[in-house]
Design a protein around this ligand. Structure first.
Ligand SMILES: Nc1nc2c(c(=O)[nH]1)N[C@H]1C(S)=C(S)[C@@H](COP(=O)(O)O)O[C@H]1N2
Ligand SMILES: [Mo]
Length: 438
């Protein structure tokens, strides 16, 4: 299905999901049960489009776009990046990774998503690149060359989940402005660098230090060299964690330019917007950092839940810290066809911000029943966890596989969109894929 048609579908569903159901499928819904009733004609039509009868149509929620029609095959033109990635925007580059390309235990660099707010630096010279440590709460401001960083501090490698705070934004209703990420603004690669803590301790922190902020060498879209693209940060406690890195390598190689070459911060489990790319400067602050995209409505959600569409004053918005529990089905690919068999291996990844994932379940009947699948421990804290299980389909037809992770505090992914917020952050609803058994 072509991109514009998919977009049209989402827009239609965003406006009024029940009306869209009626328009597209002739699906009527029962307002009490939120369940969609497919009349005979509608059921047959939906089945025709999906290529098979929807076996558990009885359980299919109203206002749900079938996963089987959300696929894309657009080619991708950036050198060093996988041709199967999906472009959301090309100025600046914003590119996501389809779920089936996240099947590796460690995300290869060519499959890492790209989220740029401005234009990456041109002609990066690693021989002259420097990192400055400054700010009102640093004892001795310092500047290091890349070579000095590598020589002076011990090297560490961690697998870390980077997920954009806006991953999943495409589902919000009313829609939220910004890149319409579906499920693919996430990666878990092996990052190598020095501990931010070691560098901060070398420069020395004053007692009043509460936050760090970063500055990178990317250029504002306006072309104005004095305009900062983005400057976010984390509280000192997160900055001093064992896994908080200033990294120059990913999976044993130089970081791709689009992902921050030659130096970037990596804070696993927090919105990836905290992980400054093309890192030039870190400031130690005696207050919450207030750089561009740290204040106002950016990377913030209402401190208390609000009704969809509510306007929320800046002072009632809270900074996103740890990301919520989430998972993705990486095999089979959405829209897969199972021929001559009824049993299927399903696998994927699960993560939970600062926490770990304790349980993983899948459903083939739109969440009416769930089956526990096996779940591995993370390679290290803040890495994602691999899960896998077998599902059995009772008969031929169209199915959706839904996946649900539960974290160590007992918090599970919601099956539908969680707390609406003005900018469309933190959508950790269950991932689902379509499978046809023929
Ligand atoms: N200098 C700089 N750092 C940045 C950004 C940026 O635009 N400029 N984008 C941030 C955001 S919003 C995200 S989600 C991550 C994305 O990292 P990636 O492109 O390597 O996947 O980088 C963060 N660091
Ligand atoms: Mo982001």
């Amino acid at each position: 299905m072509k991109k514009n048609i998919r977009k049209g579908l989402r827009a239609l569903y965003a406006e009024d999901p029940l009306e869209a159901d009626k328009l597209i499928w002739g699906r009527e819904s029962d307002p009490r049960s939120r369940r969609g009733f497919l009349k005979n004609g509608a059921l047959a039509f939906m089945g025709t489009i999906l290529g098979a009868r929807i076996v558990f149509a009885d359980h299919m929620p109203a206002g749900l776009i079938p996963a089987g029609i959300l696929e894309t095959d657009d080619p991708f033109p950036i050198k060093g990046k996988h041709p199967g990635l999906t472009i959301l925007n090309d100025r600046p580059w914003n590119v996501e990774t389809p779920a089936h390309l996240l099947d590796d235990a460690i995300t290869p660099a060519d499959r890492m998503f790209i989220r740029n707010n401005g234009l990456p630096p041109e002609n990066v010279d690693t021989a002259t690149w420097t990192l400055e440590i400054a700010g009102e709460s640093v004892r001795t401001p310092k500047t290091y060359t890349l070579a000095e960083l590598k020589q002076r501090f011990s090297h560490h490698t961690y697998q870390l989940v980077l997920e954009c705070g806006g991953n999943g934004r495409a589902e919000f209703n009313p829609p939220a402005k910004g890149n319409q990420w579906t499920t693919g603004a996430v990666s878990c690669s092996a990052w190598t660098g020095v501990l931010l803590r070691d560098v901060l301790e070398d420069a020395g922190l004053k007692d009043d230090a509460v936050y760090i902020g970063y500055y990178g060498r990317d250029t504002h879209l306006s072309g104005d060299p004095d305009k900062v693209v983005i400057s976010r940060g984390v509280p000192i406690a997160k900055a001093l964690q064992d896994e908080s890195l200033i990294a120059w390598a990913v999976n044993g190689e130089d970081i791709p330019l689009m992902n921050g070459h030659p130096l970037r911060l990596v804070f696993g489990g927090w919105p990836a917007s905290t992980s400054g790319k093309w890192l030039a400067k870190i400031v130690v602050r005696n207050q919450v950092h207030d750089g561009p995209k740290m204040t106002g409505q950016s990377y913030r959600v209402p401190c208390k839940p609000v009704a969809p569409g509510t306007e929320v004053a800046d002072e009632d918005m809270c900074i996103i810290e740890s990301m919520p529990v989430k998972s993705v089905i990486t095999s089979p690919k959405n829209g897969g066809i199972l021929q001559g068999r009824r049993e299927l291996k399903v696998r994927g990844k699960a993560w939970a911000g600062e926490r770990a994932v304790a349980r993983m379940e899948v459903s083939i009947d739109f969440g009416a029943t769930w089956q526990v699948v096996s779940l591995q421990a993370p390679a290290n804290r803040l890495a994602w966890q691999l899960w896998e299980g077998n599902v059995r389909f009772p008969e031929k037809g169209y199915y959706e596989i839904w996946a649900r992770a539960t974290d160590t505090e007992g918090i599970a992914q919601p099956m539908v969109l969680p707390g609406w917020n003005p900018r469309g952050y933190l959508n950790n609803a269950c991932h689902r894929i379509a499978i046809k058994v023929v």
